[in-house]
Structure formats: structure tokens, C-alpha cells
Design a protein around this ligand. Structure first.
Ligand SMILES: Cc1cc2nc3c(=O)[nH]c(=O)nc-3n(C[C@H](O)[C@H](O)[C@H](O)COP(=O)(O)OP(=O)(O)OC[C@H]3O[C@@H](n4cnc5c(N)ncnc54)[C@H](O)[C@@H]3O)c2cc1C
Length: 483
């Protein structure tokens, strides 16, 4: 039996483990922390439960394909519900808007809260983004890149031109909707990748479509149920997962990976090594020196998190809520151009107990707050955290005496998870760090692969699942077997 060692039990690592175990490999997963899931972690305190990172499950297809490939029924492991409205938006001018994947609801909301004249533009936008999404995902995203030539086939060039993929998102959105609030609403999704909507290419409008077209989903029991379910299947297929086992090096002989060394000094030999650690960290700290270790990656921004046990209902909040800065353009400038903690930041809140009442004690709320802030190359978010919390308290209308506790997570904590420069969303999705330019799933060493958000195709749960598909295909293709 051939042995695969996986370094890290994040989404990419676990999905690869399940695929390789299903294909007959002996799979050993070594995870540095005391829980699986990586960024998709869980925090429990005083009767409250919080997902620590991702809260929005979009683009279900890669998850569904994973279960299908593993010969499992998704509904036996996960109870997925569509969250509708997707989220409530608080604009800086006081407008409160409920965003929905239901076109009828959205049309009414736009007509009543913004203007009926904007409705045709919204419908055109969704139609164009939908066409782009269905062309781009198979042609550029779920694709093995062996060389740059794979990026410039005649078909792909025709898509670049037809859908104007390289135009600027910020410039094109106003061609559909004129109201600045709608322009913000249909472009801020790039911040899920830690990317400013002002810098993003039009192709990243696929994120807007994922959310507004396909909807935001939630697994009952919490987002952390997703890695738990995948880990369960991996274990049913024979994989073994070792928590509190930090890997200190990948061992290479000649040009070939032959195993790993644990922080304890123990050596584990393997036929295949798959690294689920952030790519810059993997190249700098785990692999022998290569030019990749010197590559100056541009990193995404980071996230300042507050997990608040709140002892009174917040009836105006939905499961997901977005608060736009009172000056969104200034917010983007401070965050992305000046690398500063914004003076009046936009932020996002999540109350999963709206869908899972047991996530908070009766009459209480598990309030999760995510504030985009600079990574460790910029202003120190630890220093700014009290001031940012004040803004959150003021805008959400919180009462201090009802805040039973506030747990804080800063870019330094994301760095401790292996994320280079504490960039919570990994390396940025610039043009030269996307598609074929993004670090390949194949490292320069034979039998050694990268999986996860900082490799191809990119950041987010669906992308890390696709990255696991790409790795499994390469490993198994070489062996002549299929998951
Ligand atoms: C705050 C936040 C909110 C987000 N929201 C969303 C969202 O709503 N929807 C969405 O789709 N995506 C979201 N994302 C992105 C999503 O979390 C990531 O794309 C995805 O979880 C990354 O998975 P990964 O496979 O790269 O592994 P990671 O989650 O990065 O896990 C890597 C694992 O490797 C382990 N490790 C590191 N070094 C070592 C070592 N030396 N030895 C052993 N183990 C090691 C780490 O402990 C960790 O468990 C969010 C991210 C953040 C930070």
C-alpha cells in the first residue's frame, strides 16, 4: 500500500486525505493544532458556539462533487439550508436593505428601497455575471495548469474578449446600476478574497453571482460541521488524523519528497507528501530552498475578529449582516492603499443562532464580528482593536453591560495558523497571482504537492475543495487510478 502524508487538516488537506484514502492509499494527516478545520475552526465558551472563520457557504458544486466521488450521500452527513435573505445590509446613509437570491424579493427591495429605475440594470447584471460564471469556472478555475500555455488557448482568449474578463469591476458595475449603494452591494464581495473592489478585475464579479445567483448556504450545526464530515469520511476510508503534531520539514532526496519530519524529530516516510500549509510559509519554512522561497508574494488583507457572548436579543440582526462604512471609498483607500486600520471600517456580523438556536443560551446571541484590517505589513490591529470595537458597539447598538465576554483574534493569530504575514485570506488574487500564475499544486519536487487557499485555484471553501481535486487527479493520474 502506498503512503500519503498530509501536512495540515484544513479544508484542502482533509478533502485530499478523503480522496486518496478512498483510492486505496494509506493516509496520515498531521495537524499542528488541537482541532481540525484550520481557518474553518470552532470556538465554544460559556454555552456559546462560534465558527471562527468562514460563515458563508457558496457554490455548492465542489462539495457535492466531493461527496459523489467518495460514494457518499451529502445529506447523510450535512443538513444544508439556504439562508434567505442572504444578509441584511446597513449602508452608511441609514438605508437598511435585505439582499436575497430570490429575484422577486430582490426586485421589490431595489424598487422600494433604492429606485424602480435600477431594476432592469440589476437583472442585466445577474444575466451577464451568470453567463460569465458558467464559462469561467470550467475554463479557468477548475483546470490543471501545467504551463502558461494552458492559460492562452484560443477558447480562453475568446472568453477573455467576449466577457471582458480583464476590465475593472469598479468601472463596469456603474454601467448596470447607477446608485452608489447598489454599486457597493454588487462589488464588495471581492473583500472575501481580501481584495479591494477598486483593484479587482471584472472576472471577480463571479463572486457576486455566486452569492446573489446561487445563494448563501449553511450546514445546520455550524460551518465546522463541513471539515468534521470530510474528516469522518476520510477516517471511514482508513485515514488517520493526528492532532497536536507539528511538521517541521518535508524531507527531499534528490528531486523527490520522501517524507516529513515532525517537530519532535520523528521521521515519517511517505510515497506522496501533500502540504496544506499556506504556500509562502511552505516554501520558506518546510521545503528545501528554491526560487519560490524568495518570490515576493503580494498578500491579502487580514481580519480582526470579535466573538461576543451577548445576553440580550438583537432583533434587528439577521443570520448575516453587512455594515458599510459611512465613507466606503475612504475605507478602501485606508485599508488597501495606506495599509491602515480604517478610521470608520466596514464590517460583517454573523449570528448563527438565528438558524441554530443552540449556538447561544436562551435569550442570548452569539455575535461574530469580522473587520477587514491590514496584514502584518501594515498598522498593528492589536493596538487599534479597542477603537474598532467601539465603532462596532456604536453601529450595532450594543449595550456594554450585555457583553458577557469578547474573544478577540488578530492578524498575529492568523499568522500562528501558518498564514504568511498574518494574511487571513492567503496570497492576494492579483492578475499575476491567479490562474496559471498562482503557485501550482505541483511543487518543484516529485511526489510533493500543495493544496489549499494559496495554491491554484484560490481562496474560499469551494476553491480549496477544487484544489484537492486537482492534487488527487495528479497523484492518481500518475498511478493510473481514479478516486
Ligand atoms: C475570517 C475568515 C473568514 C472567511 N470566510 C469565508 C467564507 O465565509 N466562505 C468561504 O468560502 N471562505 C471563507 N474564508 C476562506 C476560507 O477559510 C479558506 O479559503 C479555507 O478555509 C482555507 O483552507 P486551507 O485548505 O487553505 O487550509 P487552512 O484553513 O489554512 O488550514 C491549514 C492547516 O494547516 C495547519 N498547519 C499549519 N502549519 C502546520 C505544520 N507545520 N504542521 C502541521 N499542520 C500545520 C494549520 O494549523 C491549519 O489547520 C474565510 C477565511 C477567514 C480567515
Amino acid at each position: 500500500m502506498r503512503r500519503a502524508v498530509i501536512v495540515g487538516a484544513g479544508m484542502g488537506g482533509l478533502a485530499t486525505a478523503a480522496r486518496l484514502a478512498k483510492a486505496g492509499y494509506e493516509v496520515l494527516v498531521f495537524e499542528a493544532r488541537d482541532q481540525i478545520g484550520g481557518r474553518l475552526g470552532e470556538l465554544r465558551r460559556d454555552g456559546y458556539r462560534f465558527d471562527t472563520g468562514p460563515t458563508l457557504l457558496m457554490m455548492l458544486e465542489p462539495l457535492e462533487r466531493l461527496f459523489k466521488d467518495l460514494h457518499r450521500r451529502l445529506e447523510d452527513y450535512l443538513d444544508l439550508v439556504l439562508v434567505d435573505p442572504s444578509y441584511r445590509v446597513y449602508f452608511g446613509d441609514g438605508t437598511v436593505f435585505d439582499s436575497s437570491p430570490n429575484i422577486a424579493h430582490m426586485v421589490r427591495e431595489i424598487a422600494h428601497k433604492i429606485s424602480p429605475t435600477e431594476v432592469p440594470g440589476y437583472l442585466r447584471l445577474m444575466a451577464d455575471l451568470s453567463a460569465m460564471y458558467h464559462a469561467v469556472i470550467p475554463a479557468f478555475v477548475r483546470k490543471q495548469y501545467y504551463s502558461l500555455a494552458d492559460l492562452f488557448t484560443p477558447y480562453q482568449i475568446s472568453l477573455l474578449v467576449r466577457h471582458r474578463l480583464l476590465a475593472k469591476l469598479w468601472r463596469r458595475i456603474p454601467r448596470y446600476v447607477r446608485d452608489p449603494r447598489l454599486q457597493m452591494l454588487f462589488s464588495f464581495q471581492t473583500m472575501y478574497l481580501g481584495l479591494s473592489p477598486k483593484d479587482a478585475l471584472w472576472v471577480y464579479g463571479v463572486l457576486t453571482y455566486m452569492e446573489s445567483g446561487e445563494g448563501v448556504w449553511y450546514p445546520r450545526g455550524g460551518m465546522h460541521r463541513i471539515p468534521q464530515a470530510i474528516a469522518q469520511i476520510a477516517q471511514e476510508e482508513g485515514a488517520r488524523i493526528y492532532l497536536n503534531h507539528r511538521v517541521s520539514a518535508v524531507l527531499v532526496e534528490g528531486e523527490r519528497a520522501v517524507g516529513i519530519r515532525l517537530a519532535t524529530g520523528e521521521v515519517v516516510r511517505a510515497d506522496v507528501v501533500v502540504i496544506n500549509v499556506d504556500a509562502p510559509t511552505a516554501y520558506r519554512e518546510l521545503l528545501p530552498p528554491t526560487p519560490y522561497a524568495r518570490r515576493a508574494f503580494r498578500n491579502s488583507c487580514s481580519a480582526l475578529m470579535f466573538y461576543i457572548g451577548y445576553t440580550e436579543p438583537l432583533p434587528h440582526q439577521l443570520h448575516h449582516n453587512v455594515y458599510f462604512s459611512r465613507d466606503f471609498e475612504q475605507n478602501l483607500h485606508e485599508l488597501f492603499a495606506q495599509n491602515r486600520v480604517p478610521s470608520d471600517p466596514s464590517f460583517y456580523t454573523c449570528l448563527s443562532n438565528r438558524t441554530d438556536p443552540t449556538d447561544a443560551p436562551a435569550g442570548c446571541e452569539n455575535l461574530y464580528v469580522l473587520v477587514p484590517v491590514p496584514n502584518l505589513t501594515g498598522e498593528d490591529a492589536r493596538v487599534a482593536a479597542p477603537c474598532v470595537l467601539e465603532t462596532v458597539i456604536e453601529r450595532v447598538g450594543l449595550k456594554r453591560e450585555r457583553m458577557q465576554f469578547v474573544e478577540t483574534l488578530t492578524p498575529h493569530d492568523w499568522q500562528a495558523l501558518g498564514l504568511w504575514q498574518g494574511a487571513a485570506f492567503g496570497i492576494a488574487h492579483t492578475f499575476f497571482q491567479s490562474t496559471a500564475f498562482r503557485p501550482s499544486v505541483q511543487t518543484p519536487f516529485r511526489n510533493c504537492y500543495l493544496v489549499g487557499a494559496s495554491t491554484q485555484p484560490g481562496n474560499g471553501i469551494p476553491m480549496t475543495l477544487i484544489s484537492a481535486e486537482l492534487v488527487a487527479e495528479r497523484v492518481l493520474g500518475k498511478e493510473g487510478r481514479k478516486a
